[in-house]
Design a binder for this molecule. Structure first.
Ligand code: ADP
Length: 220
């Protein structure tokens, strides 16, 4: 299956993507994680990406598309993938379509995670992520780790992302509305979008997502 996850920052895309990818046995490809890996390795791409990410802006299409394409061409992605954070504007969506058409492939569905803006801000402000694995996500009040600052899963150090500050979050939300939301209409025109509520427990949202994707798959 080839799936795109969309939703505002803080919708829980990363958390859901990790569960869904495991359930569907496909790799979870997150452009945000790929950029963060480059930042911690201090690559040229990482340095460039950081200058945009810290402001809450999008990293330029040219480098983002090349990086995403490279990841999608890895052997583990031949039978499908779950894209998280890509595409993030219409020109990236067009580039993805071209890429897929070239390989005679198509998307199976676009899962749109819906969550009210007030909730998004609360989620992001309390979010803490493990340095060892970005799929290990906690929240100071909604999902507190047993020991403050320490990952329950692997004992790694928990930290707050540089771009999770209130000011940057506001900018990310604005960028989401102006640049990313239009891809929902783009994909609606292709009949690919399923919208689910991202409110409630993590497992409940995963359950809703699996149901929705199953319906898409049956309809295909
Ligand atoms: P979130 O979805 O919570 O905002 P991500 O980890 O997906 O977080 O993205 C963090 C930042 O990485 C974005 O604000 C942006 O600067 C950059 N980024 C991630 N994916 C893309 C993309 N497809 N195009 C451009 N920039 C991106």
């Amino acid at each position: 299956m080839r799936i795109v996850l969309v939703g505002p920052p803080g919708a829980g895309k990363g958390t859901q993507a990790a569960f869904l990818a495991q359930n569907l046995s496909i790799p979870h490809i997150s452009t945000g994680d790929l950029f963060r890996a480059n930042i911690s390795k201090q690559t040229e791409l990482g340095k460039l990406a950081k200058s945009y990410m810290d402001k809450g802006e999008l990293v330029p299409d040219e480098v983002t598309i090349a990086m995403a394409k490279d990841r999608m061409e890895q052997p583990d992605a031949v039978n499908g993938f779950l894209l998280d954070g890509f595409p993030r504007n219409v020109s990236q969506a067009e580039a993805l379509d071209e890429m897929l058409q070239h390989e005679d492939m198509k998307l199976d569905g676009v899962l749109d995670l819906e969550v009210p803006e007030t909730e998004v801000v609360k989620r992001i402000a309390g979010r803490r992520i493990c340095r060892n694995d970005s799929a290990h996500v906690f929240h100071v009040s909604y999902k507190a780790p047993k020991q403050e600052g320490v990952c329950d899963v692997c004992g790694g150090e928990l930290y707050q992302r540089d771009d999770d500050s209130e000011e940057t979050v506001r900018k990310r939300l604005e960028v989401y509305h102006t640049q990313t939301e239009p891809i929902i209409d783009y994909y609606k025109a292709q009949g690919l979008v399923v919208t689910i509520s991202a409110l409630g427990k993590v497992e409940e949202v995963t359950g809703r997502a699996m149901e929705a994707l199953k319906r898409e798959d049956d309809a295909a």
